[in-house]
Design a protein around this ligand. Structure first.
Ligand code: HSE
Length: 454
């Protein structure tokens, strides 16, 4: 072959390669709220994304179980009811999974990885339960898995943690990670309404799902905390190892007393890095009004990290919603597209740590956790009751910070509420068992953990 022809062929080959990598094609499985949000974001921001990356990133195919056709503005995007048509499309570089739940999402994600596709997902349940297998498969295949939208919706906190805080040992994580629960608690606080009434209203207004169990019982928050802990500490952890308690038992009377103590009740994800072992818990928490997390209202999310170099950092924003979450998914798509174009796939490890440095570590048993507590004791208003309660607490080395007693009806129980200094959970459990067995105590004591002094 003459040299000229060989050179032309080489130039053509190089041109095809460059063109292919200036166009990055995306396939989407699931066209619900977040899926349609992604389509909207990629379409409306296409020019800006091109100006910022030099790449034409196109959503070319959508698999949706029930959609018959896509809205007219998405003309040019192929629609199928079969996810494997997205997974096996040779032109698609990135598969976005937005159907949620464990199956068939897990199968689709693993099939996409096996087909050599990069994957983006918002599926916190899947990653917190099956992440180990998914990330191992991706590492073996040399593809990236992006999951910015899985925690904190539109807030760029996964990237912030992975890249912005790369030079820090993360000492603690505290977060309001569920917008539904925060919305309900905010309204209970502002209006003095009962949990069930606000939940019903929230469902009618679209702020809560028809089945709100995951959101109100803290399970969704535990999924998200497990993902953050994996990345922050380089540890294997699933949500099942996280002590989880929801907000369905919170009563307006405790919200009122919290106010008197200068606090608000929030559903918090809390993790402390103790080196050998880490604390991990999700439960309603009394947060002092002076703490930034107390002011996070309505459906908003916020995550507070403490790093050994940077100190305290707070991420705040919309934890759900079509366009905010679509924005986070699009950010992952763009990161991967840039890596493909630059030939730098895997530049930033998906889980922040290299896979060989993600280790098993112990999770602190709950009875070894210490924090200040709020107790609401229901007792007959008789001489000596408070002294008897105080004696039990003192014997268990639990120190009282303040006490309020409200109301006085002859022969009617009253609420004695108290705030303790930092105490051990094991001591608190033992003391409350003794207190509740006292003759004058007429109902089980309500216990709510408080955020410790910083
Ligand atoms: N169900 C979640 C919430 C939104 O209420 O915050 C998605 O993670």
């Amino acid at each position: 072959m003459p040299l000229e022809i060989l050179l032309i062929l080489l130039i053509l080959l190089q041109y095809t390669f460059i063109m292919k990598h200036l166009n990055v094609d995306v396939g989407l499985i699931g066209f619900g709220t977040v899926g349609s949000g992604l389509a909207e974001v990629l379409l409306s921001q296409q020019e800006r994304l091109q100006q910022r990356s030099g790449l034409l990133v196109r959503l070319t195919k959508v698999a949706a179980r029930s959609a018959k056709e896509l809205p007219a503005r998405f003309a040019g995007i192929a629609l199928t009811n079969d996810a494997t048509e997205v997974i096996n499309d040779p032109d698609i570089d990135i598969v976005v999974e937005l159907i949620g739940g464990i199956e068939p999402a897990k199968t689709f994600v693993l099939e996409a990885i096996a087909a050599g596709k990069h994957v983006v997902t918002a599926n916190k349940a899947l990653l917190s339960q099956e992440g180990k297998e998914i990330f191992a498969a991706a590492a073996a295949k040399g593809v990236e898995v992006g999951f910015e939208a899985s925690v904190g919706g539109g807030i760029p906190l996964i990237k912030g943690l992975k890249e912005g805080l790369v030079a820090n040992n993360i000492l603690s994580i505290m977060g309001i990670l569920n917008g539904t629960a925060n919305y309900i608690l905010t309204r209970m606080t502002d209006e003095g309404s009962a949990f069930a009434d606000v939940l019903k209203d929230a469902q009618e207004l679209g702020f809560a799902e028809a089945d709100p169990t995951y959101d109100v019982e803290g399970i969704d928050t535990a999924h998200k905390l497990a993902i953050l802990m994996t990345m922050a500490y380089g540890m294997n952890i699933t949500h099942k190892e996280i002590v989880t308690q929801g907000i369905s038992g919170i009563e307006p009377i405790d919200i009122d007393f919290a106010r008197e103590f200068g606090c608000r009740i929030k559903l918090l994800a809390i993790s402390q890095n103790h080196g050998e072992h880490v604390e991990a818990r999700v439960h309603p928490t009394m947060v002092p009004n002076s703490h930034l997390l107390a002011s996070i209202s309505g459906p908003y999310n916020a995550v507070h990290f403490s790093g050994d170099m940077v100190g305290n950092v707070l991420f705040y924003g919309q934890g759900a919603g079509k366009l905010p979450t679509g924005s986070a998914v699009a950010a992952d798509v763009m990161d991967i597209a840039r890596d493909i174009a630059a030939g730098s796939v895997g530049r930033v490890p998906s889980l922040s740590y290299l896979p060989e440095h993600i280790q098993d570590r112990g999770v602190t048993p709950l009875d070894q956790v210490s924090c200040p507590y709020y107790f609401r004791i229901t007792a007959l208003d008789k001489p000596g009751v408070l002294a008897a309660v105080a004696e039990v607490l003192s014997r268990h080395s639990i120190s009282i910070e303040s006490v309020i007693q409200k109301g006085r009806e002859e022969n009617e129980p009253v609420a004695i509420v108290m705030q303790t200094h930092t105490a051990a959970e094991s001591a608190v459990s033992a003391a409350l068992a003794e207190i509740d067995a006292l003759e004058a105590i007429t109902a089980p004591t309500v216990k709510i953990r408080m955020l410790g002094e910083e």
